[in-house]
Ligand binder design. Structure first.
Ligand SMILES: [Zn+2]
Length: 147
């Protein structure tokens, strides 16, 4: 739970942790905001309904929660499955022949995330894949259609 909040850039308050815990307990069935509020009361976490709504909205905006229409036709919330740990590699794939190479990409990733943050974006880059023409395919094109 702590890691979830930190990944989303949120301070792990009692209320936020409580909301995440009841939503996690609900599992894949999900839980409505009102029900989450009641579950928190039962667990002894005393917060206002508006706090629960605010936190749920916040977590949803940051992509920690998924929401959809449940069986009883009200909105339910579920935890988004943990995203795979970002790979520190960048894959380079030829778009024509699928030849590929894997290179260290940590620096490139940092650079991208830094640039995105400067533009006010919060990137969550899972995979870096560059599409290229490999030398073989480039050579083939040059041979058959010279410019
Ligand atoms: Zn190729």
């Amino acid at each position: 739970m702590l890691q979830r909040l930190r990944t989303a850039g949120l301070r792990p308050t009692t209320a936020r942790i409580g909301v995440l815990q009841v939503i996690q307990t609900a599992g894949s069935a999900g839980i409505g905001a009102d029900e989450a509020f009641h579950q928190m009361l039962l667990r002894g976490t005393h917060v206002s309904t508006s706090t629960v709504y605010r936190i749920i909205h916040e977590l949803q905006t940051l992509g920690v929660l998924l929401h959809d229409r449940g069986d009883r036709r009200h909105t339910v919330y579920r935890l988004r499955p943990f995203a795979p740990a970002p790979s520190a590699e960048v894959r380079i794939v030829c778009r024509r022949c699928d030849r590929s190479a894997t290179l260290p990409g940590a620096q490139l990733r940092n650079e991208l995330e830094l640039r995105a943050a400067e533009k006010g974006l919060r990137p969550w880059v899972v995979d870096l894949v560059l599409q290229v023409d490999c030398l073989g395919c480039e050579g083939a094109t040059a041979a058959c259609c010279p410019h």
